[in-house]
Structure formats: structure tokens, C-alpha cells
Design a binder for this molecule. Structure first.
Ligand SMILES: [Zn+2]
Length: 307
């Protein structure tokens, strides 16, 4: 494996950024590595953080950003999920809620199933509390998960009853290969997305598929928020980027090039809305949703890659 291509520490003293603090590091585009100088999209008011666009692949990224130990500490101090709901969690209750998590798990399972067929062997990389794994198995896929969070993988295994392990993909060496790997909302968080995809490639059967979902830099709503911030019309200070948790903002071009670096060919793209609660999409007309999703200009983008 290649070493992580990320850069040198820019500051020795911890830098404060809102409620977060840590050491900063300057980075270059992880897809192009020696790209032409990036375009500055936005200077964050605090901490000297900049949001840049790579002319080589259109990836948006933050630099300087918190280095990996600092960000891990920030994750450690945060509570993203209200774990108390898992004390009384049941599949039936979840399915009846028709909330976004249930609806998108159903849609994603159907998407994966359309490529692998019933019985397809699937690995959920970054499975969190295991909802996708569970829904995927209800729909006839043989799905297992890995996650670097012990707490989440414990809930997945003990409460949802799915085969999940607390593991880094770099340490995962099963005696079999997978028909499909899924990375739902993972790539925008990881320090070296190319390295993660190379591990995914290693775990995929020849001809197998990789599915990744990330926030879509080309989404209409994201472009609008971006423009408002750049024109000084928004008080949100580039909050839609999701910094410090999100390190990258991908679109169709950057995802295609990222997959190519790991010898995966992008064979399909589509775009999904934030607004899937109760099965409803962003626009009232099905035809409009279909067009927006097909044109990849909704809130999230999904890429399907093939080995
Ligand atoms: Zn680039």
C-alpha cells in the first residue's frame, strides 16, 4: 500500500475552531496528489481554515484541517447518536416509523440487490449501528459489517443481531471475497479515501461492485448554500461543508477519478434527496425527482463502481 499522501503539520500550538480544538495540517488533493494550485472557495473566519477546489478533479477539500489524532479526539468527545433509543429498538418499530433511515436502507438494499441478485455477499464498510445490514438481509442479501466504533458495532451485533465487527478495513482479511461493498457516508470523513478504496478493491470479487454515497457538491441546494456564503449573504460560515467532520466534498467528476485510482470503474451515478421521510422525495412530482436524481443534482450522490 502507498503511504498516506497527507502533509505536514502547519501549527504546533492547538488551534481553536468554535467548540473544537486541535493541531492543523496542510493537505493537497488526495486524488491528484501533485495538482495545479487549488482555487480558494472560502476562507473560514476561525482558525485560518480554507475551503479549496482542485482544478485537476473538481474535488472540494478543507486545508489546513485538523490532523488525524486531533479529529479522532473530537469524535471521541462528541455524541452523534442518541444511543438510548437502542434500549427498546425493534425492527418492527423502525419499519413502522417510515423515517429516513428506514426508507433509504430499503432503497439502498434494492439498488445493491439489482446488481448482485439474491444471496449476494455484501460488506458494509462503516456499518455504524447496523440498520442497513439488517434491512439488506431482510431483502435477501448476505450482509455483514465492520466499523471502527466499538460502541456502534456492539449495538449492531447485540441489539440488531447483525454480523458486525469492530475493525479497520486495513486489518480485515476474511477467507472469502465479496460480491459487493457499500460505503454509505464514509468517504467524506476519511483521511485517505484512495487507500480505503484500495482495500475495498482487495476484498471484492472480480466483476463485483462497490457502492458509495457522499454529500453531493453539485447538488442544487449545496451550490446555493455555497454561493450564499461566498457572496457574504449567509451567516452560516460554510457550515454546509460539514467541517471538521467532513474533509472532502465530492461530485461526479471527483468520485469517478477517485474510483479509477483504485482500479474501479464508475459504471453508474445517481443522486438522492435529504427528504426521504415517509418515502417522499424532494419534489411533489415523481417525474421531476427522477430527472433531478438522474442528472445528479440532488443532495447526495451515489456511485457504483466495478472491479
Ligand atoms: Zn484533484
Amino acid at each position: 500500500m502507498e503511504p498516506i499522501p497527507q502533509g505536514k503539520p502547519a501549527e504546533k500550538q492547538p488551534v481553536f475552531f468554535g467548540k473544537f480544538s486541535g493541531n492543523l495540517e496542510e493537505v493537497v488533493c488526495p486524488i491528484c496528489q501533485a495538482p495545479p494550485p487549488p482555487v480558494v472557495l472560502y476562507n473560514k473566519k476561525e482558525g485560518g481554515i480554507k475551503f479549496l477546489s482542485c482544478p485537476g478533479c473538481s474535488l472540494h477539500y478543507a486545508s489546513p484541517r485538523f490532523d488525524e489524532p486531533s479529529l479522532l479526539q473530537i469524535y471521541e468527545n462528541e455524541s452523534f447518536t442518541d444511543f438510548s433509543r437502542y434500549q427498546t429498538w425493534s425492527y418492527q418499530q423502525w419499519a413502522q416509523s417510515r423515517n429516513r433511515s428506514f426508507i433509504v436502507s430499503q432503497l439502498k438494499s434494492r439498488l445493491v440487490l439489482s446488481y448482485t441478485g439474491a444471496g449476494g455477499k455484501v460488506l458494509d464498510v462503516g456499518c455504524a449501528t447496523g440498520e442497513f445490514c439488517l434491512e439488506a438481509s431482510k431483502q435477501g442479501l448476505a450482509c455483514e459489517g465492520i466499523d471502527i466504533s466499538k460502541k456502534m458495532s456492539d449495538i449492531a451485533r447485540q441489539t440488531l443481531g447483525v454480523p458486525a465487527n469492530c475493525l479497520d478495513i486495513a486489518d480485515f482479511n476474511p477467507p472469502y471475497l465479496f460480491d459487493a461493498l457499500v460505503l454509505w457516508d464514509v468517504l467524506e470523513h476519511v483521511y485517505d479515501p484512495t487507500l480505503i478504496l484500495k482495500h475495498c478493491h482487495r476484498l471484492l470479487k472480480k466483476g463485483g461492485h462497490l457502492f458509495a454515497q457522499v454529500p453531493n457538491v453539485d447538488g442544487i441546494s449545496n451550490r446555493f448554500k455555497d454561493l450564499r456564503c461566498r457572496l457574504g449573504l449567509s451567516h452560516k460560515d460554510y457550515a454546509h461543508f460539514g467541517f471538521p467532520y467532513h474533509l472532502y466534498f465530492f461530485g461526479k467528476e471527483s468520485l469517478g477519478k477517485l474510483l479509477a485510482k483504485a482500479d474501479l470503474q464508475a459504471v453508474h451515478f445517481e443522486s438522492w434527496s435529504h427528504n426521504y421521510k415517509n418515502g417522499k422525495d424532494a419534489f411533489p412530482l415523481k417525474q421531476i425527482n427522477r430527472l433531478v436524481n438522474k442528472a445528479c443534482i440532488s443532495d447526495y450522490i451515489i456511485v457504483v463502481g466495478q472491479k
